[in-house]
Design a protein around this ligand. Structure first.
Ligand SMILES: NC(=O)C1=CN([C@@H]2O[C@H](COP(=O)(O)OP(=O)(O)OC[C@H]3O[C@@H](n4cnc5c(N)ncnc54)[C@H](O)[C@@H]3O)[C@@H](O)[C@H]2O)C=CC1
Ligand SMILES: O=C(O)CCC(=O)C(=O)O
Length: 528
């Protein structure tokens, strides 16, 4: 059955076409994002949800989205998505980090020019028949200093264009490396320096605990008199009451905001302030940007729903369409190793160690680790997948270690999972053969070569004559057919492990009789 996607916001029609061309059923209901009750009712029928900013993807909505696998944001900011709730339900959240960056940077520059030359007010006055030439004296940008708070995708495009306007650009961004600053032609400064030196300040950070109200009474007081403030990033970066007071007092010469604490902003403390310019979150609203983000999000969602390829996810490492088929057998192996260890582990897990050797060490091991954790946690939790497993493991305080090395022994590829509990350390290793099928090649350091079937018996015993015969007789007399039989031992007469694939569930009374077979230490039924 084709996957079903709901487009719940106003996305360009280009997205609908991509979904159709790629064989994904898409329902284009662009107003439903605002109808929370109706969205809640229908979301359960979809594998994918494509949104802009109007749809609020809350924990409650995610709770009703039983089959949802991916949420695609046609745009950058994902503050309308509860990523934590999505992650814990195993739903990928992806955005399109570049498609609207140029357009938004251009909007920030338009707002800067509109504010510094008072264009909206001059326009209203002129069209009202006044000819107030002396009222609208602006300032020239050439030679002025632009201070960017946040110099990522959009900030760096604003910098490039502002340099073209012959402005000097300084930036406060703790994650901007000195090398990148040099290559962008901007001077990296501390916030205090930026506030003291900038003639125009433009905000380009996400809204986080650190950036909320980064523009407040105190930072406004530290700005140059008559500074101009631009916010085309997120409402909440500036304290709107403080900005209003600064405009009223003339401390700020002008301000231009595209984004507001409450959106849609029908009323706002800033409305009507002197030299204030507002647009209704138009930063990304150009034909080009909307087409870019719609095409990109639709392609990304199709790649994931149809091929398991992950691009621009915020809660999962990227896996390209080329990598996905290469990774698939190792994902299966890692998950089987996790399931194996998870079913045998009865006490609290402290550390999970994954060792990748040979060709597999060159692949996306984060994804394989996520698969191993999925297997490991499956016996403990009801629903877990590669998206939710790392977060669930972290929530449970598991320490996860990854080691990568060159080829080990005879195998081209080798993955070993070691689980350290408060009582013991247990490891299980495997490989993938040329047939693409995973094999278990080591359990607790004992070599063997076993393919895992749906029903397995894991038996630890002493390596003594007669044991195999006894085991066969017990299973045979209970009508349990043996599909495969794999043995390994540490040394003659010492510890041995037996992995038996059987054609169906082994009844509890038979399990009890197997446990009583001489030289058997432990018998456990495992499901894969
Ligand atoms: N108005 C609109 O329609 C649009 C708004 N946006 C918003 O623009 C903002 C920037 O987007 P991008 O440039 O694509 O993001 P980005 O992630 O590429 O860049 C953000 C930058 O902010 C920096 N940063 C993070 N915390 C900081 C802090 N405490 N102080 C200073 N810098 C900090 C980061 O290091 C990064 O370089 C986002 O909030 C996004 O949601 C994006 C597109 C359209
Ligand atoms: O979709 C939109 O119009 C808003 C874009 C935006 O704010 C973003 O991409 O972060």
């Amino acid at each position: 059955m084709a996957p079903r996607v709901l487009i719940s916001d106003k996305l360009s029609a280009a997205a609908v076409q991509i979904f159709a061309d790629r064989g994904v059923d898409a329902d284009f209901l662009p107003d439903i994002g605002k109808d929370k009750a109706r969205l809640q009712e229908i979301i359960g029928g979809y594998d994918g949800l494509a949104i802009r900013s109007a749809t609020k993807v809350t924990e409650k909505l995610i709770g009703a989205a039983g089959r949802l696998k991916v949420i695609g944001r046609a745009g950058i900011g994902v503050d309308n998505v509860d990523i934590k709730a999505a992650t814990s339900r195993g739903i990928i959240v992806m955005n399109t980090p570049f498609g609207n960056a140029i357009t938004t940077a251009e909007h920030a520059l338009s707002m800067m020019m509109a504010a510094i030359r008072q264009i909206p007010a001059a326009d209203a006055s002129t069209q009202a028949g006044k000819w107030e030439k002396s009222k609208f004296i602006g300032r020239e940008l050439t030679g002025k200093t632009l201070g960017l708070i946040g110099c990522g995708n959009i900030g760096s495009i604003v910098a490039d264009r502002a340099l073209g306007l012959k402005m000097k650009v300084i930036a406060y961004d703790p994650f901007l490396t000195p090398e990148r600053a040099i290559s962008l032609g901007v001077e990296k400064v501390e916030l205090e320096t930026l506030l003291a030196r900038a003639d125009v300040i433009s905000l380009h950070t996400p809204l986080t605990d650190k950036t909320r109200n980064i523009i407040n009474d105190e930072t406004l007081a530290a700005m140059k008199p008559g500074a101009v403030l631009i916010n085309c990033a997120r409402g909440g970066l500036a304290d709107e009451m403080a900005v209003r007071a600064a405009l009223d007092s003339g401390k700020l010469g002008a301000a231009a905001f595209d984004v507001f604490v409450e959106e849609p902003a029908e009323t706002n403390p800033l409305f009507g302030a002197p030299n204030f310019v507002a647009t209704p979150h138009l930063g990304a609203s150009t034909l080009e940007a909307q087409e870019n983000v719609a095409l990109q999000v639709a392609e990304q969602m199709c790649d994931y729903l149809l091929h398991g390829a992950v691009t621009n996810a915020l809660n999962m490492p990227s896996i390209s369409a080329e990598e996905a088929p290469k990774l698939a057998p190792f994902v299966r192996l890692a998950e089987q190793l996790g399931l194996f260890a998870g079913q045998l582990t009865e006490s609290g897990i402290e550390t999970v160690r994954l060792e990748y050797a040979g060709a597999v060490a060159e692949l996306k091991t984060e994804a394989l680790t996520a698969a191993a954790l999925t297997g490991l946690l499956t016996p403990l939790l009801q629903t877990v997948n590669m998206v939710s497993a790392p977060a669930l493991a972290a929530e449970r305080g598991l320490s996860v270690e990854e080691l990568r090395r060159g080829k080990r022994g005879a195998y081209e590829t080798y993955i070993r999972l070691t689980v350290v509990t408060e009582r013991q350390e247990r490891s299980v290793a495997g490989t993938v053969f040329a047939d693409g099928k995973p094999r278990i090649i080591q359990v607790k350091g004992i070599n063997m070569e076993a393919e895992l079937g749906a029903h397995m018996l894991y038996i630890t015993n002493e390596d003594k004559p007669g044991f195999i015969g006894h085991l066969g007789t017990e299973l045979g007399s209970a009508g349990v057919n043996i599909a495969t039989f794999n043995l390994g031992r540490s040394a003659p007469g010492q510890d041995a492990i037996c992995l038996v694939e059987v054609d169906g569930e082994v009844p509890p009374d038979v399990m009890a009789r197997l446990q009583a077979v001489s030289h058997v230490k432990q018998v456990k039924a495992l499901r894969f």
